[in-house]
Design a protein around this ligand. Structure first.
Ligand code: NAD
Length: 256
């Protein structure tokens, strides 16, 4: 793996879960981290973990669904480190489980605002900077729910299909400018989000592992680190010919 020494990496939603694991992995590879989250204690804890491992990181609060926050986030990264080389648009929510006809309007709006519009606003701000800087890499967090449907999760599925669409468009529009945009599609990953989905689906009767392990051909859910490994590789020079790729990291889920 080519190192990230001297590179600046922004990870949204890195106060927990996949975002935190990704920030820790980049920092271990030598990157300067911009840790961002709507949840301040989680973000500060990630920064403390990076510092205690000898890495470099700053925290900046941002709600990815707010244009002013996103603009300030990218500006803050450039102010602190002089540049932004890599971005990971990871912040997202799962929302409430219900059949489509029973979904509340505010659940649809919240999921689309954070997962779809949030990713879009981040792409815009990051690409504007990277165009001036002469290039960069961006990885968007889609999901297996961006490739196939999941009963009960129609707003989430719609938002992740949107993330895949904007990933392809950004890749087509900015590849020649040296900006590589790709997306990853995790299967069930052991985080708070999967715990919430298992709790809702089984009314607390089953853990995420009990509910989801058998659904994956590898026989288990994944770890945040297994997703982080792919994200960091896609951001590295070893992935120099990857553009507009939509890459599952799902224990075989969509091979079924
Ligand atoms: P998580 O809930 O553990 O972490 C998400 C983080 O995003 C939290 O720290 C949260 O505070 C932050 N966040 C939420 N709304 C935000 C906002 N408006 N602005 C900024 N930060 C915000 O979830 P996770 O499982 O680590 O999910 C990370 C990403 O991976 C999400 O986009 C999710 O949809 C995707 N994903 C997760 C799974 C899974 O099984 N866990 C599977 C496929 C895709």
């Amino acid at each position: 793996m080519a190192g990230f020494s001297g590179k600046t990496v922004l990870v949204t939603g890195s106060g927990a879960g996949i975002g935190r694991a990704t920030a820790l992995k980049f920092a271990a590879e030598g990157a300067n981290l911009v840790v961002s989250d709507i949840h301040v204690p989680g973000g500060e804890e990630t920064v403390a973990m990076i510092h205690s491992a000898g890495g470099k990181a700053m925290f900046q609060h941002a709600d990815v669904s707010r244009l002013a926050d996103v603009a300030a986030l990218v500006a803050g990264a450039v102010d602190q480190y002089g540049q932004l080389d890599c971005a990971v648009n990871n912040a997202g929510i799962e929302g409430k489980i219900a059949p489509l006809a029973d979904q509340a309007e505010d659940n649809f709006d919240a999921i689309m605002r954070i997962n779809a519009k949030g990713t879009y606003l981040c792409l815009q701000a990051e690409i504007r900077h990277m165009l001036q800087a002469g290039g960069g890499t961006i990885v968007n967090l889609a999901s297996v729910a961006g490739l196939i449907g999941f009963p009960g999760l129609s707003p989430y599925v719609a938002s992740k299909h949107a993330v895949i669409g904007m990933t392809k468009n950004a890749a087509l529009e900015y590849g020649k400018a040296g900006i590589r945009v790709n997306a990853v599609c995790p299967g069930g990953i052991d985080t708070r989000m999967l715990d919430s989905l298992a709790e809702q689906a089984t009314s607390g009767a089953q853990s995420s592992s009990q509910m989801m392990d058998p659904l994956h051909p590898l026989g288990r859910i994944g770890t945040p680190e297994e997703v982080a490994n792919l994200i960091v590789w896609l951001s590295s020079s070893e992935a120099s010919y990857m553009l507009g790729a939509i890459v599952p990291v799902d224990g075989g889920y969509v091979a079924q």
